[in-house]
Design a protein around this ligand. Structure first.
Ligand code: SAH
Length: 219
């Protein structure tokens, strides 16, 4: 069972988390407001109720994780999200990152390769609150050609390389934020697609993610 009651205590812990993210260098107030508005404990088993607002990753179903709030905020900040942008997310997981983007009024297209997680997310707690999230079961390396081009792409698993099809599906001037696997750690990269179809690359801090895997898992 996931958490479903948002108490004053939860709200207080959430405020503390937001202050911690601010102290760690997150400056985009729209991101901090989104994190303050979203009950993260609703995305976790109720066993995590008391610790849901610690700045940590936690396990979810199918051996996957909900990203650390700092990581979510960091990736979102690099993405420079603006209202009504079309954003493709690879790795739906708990739907927490997608919810932050949706709370910031983006149009979110999110892909998950684990069938069970995709099924669980059908009954996503905030379906009504975020009609601007569309869920897909598939392989993120393929992207969503039918819905392309996207303003932004965010990969929330460790990518072994920059997926070429996702570059193709970006608008010119569009950006992709991707943790690139360097072995023991992943370095956060921001890719900007150029007019000639190639891309420029900026490199940021190191993080730790579950792997981005080829193909789907389930029927
Ligand atoms: N954004 C998520 C983080 C989940 S962890 C959240 O906020 O909770 C990364 C997720 O990426 C896992 O659920 C994993 O199954 C998924 N994933 C890994 N490789 C993938 C791929 N090729 N296509 C789609 N999803 C993938």
């Amino acid at each position: 069972m996931k958490g479903s009651v948002d108490t004053y205590q939860h709200k207080g812990l959430r405020k503390q988390l937001v202050n911690k993210l601010r102290d760690k260098g997150i400056t985009d107030e729209n991101i901090l407001t989104a994190i303050n508005n979203i009950p993260r404990h609703f995305f976790l088993d109720s066993a995590f109720d008391k610790i849901a607002y610690e700045d940590r990753a936690f396990p979810i179903e199918e051996g996957q994780t909900i990203s650390q709030p700092y990581t979510v905020a960091y990736q979102t900040e690099l993405l420079e999200v603006k209202p009504y942008e079309k954003i493709l997310e690879i790795g739906t997981g708990s739907v927490y990152q997608a919810s932050v983007l949706a709370e910031m009024k983006a149009k979110v297209y999110t892909i998950e390769r684990q069938k069970k997680l995709f099924e669980i997310n059908r009954n996503f707690v905030f379906k009504g609150r975020y009609p601007n999230i569309k869920f897909f079961y598939g392989d993120g390396f393929e992207g969503l050609p039918t819905y392309a081009p996207f303003d932004k792409v965010i990969i929330t698993a460790a990518a072994p390389y920059i997926p070429p099809k996702l570059i193709e599906q970006l608008k010119i001037g569009g950006k992709m934020v991707v943790p690139l696997d360097l072995g023991p750690v992943q370095q956060m990269l921001r890719i900007t697609k150029l007019a000639d179809g190639t891309y420029a690359e900026e490199r940021f801090d190191n993080f730790s993610f579950v792997p981005m895997l080829e193909g789907k898992n389930g029927h």
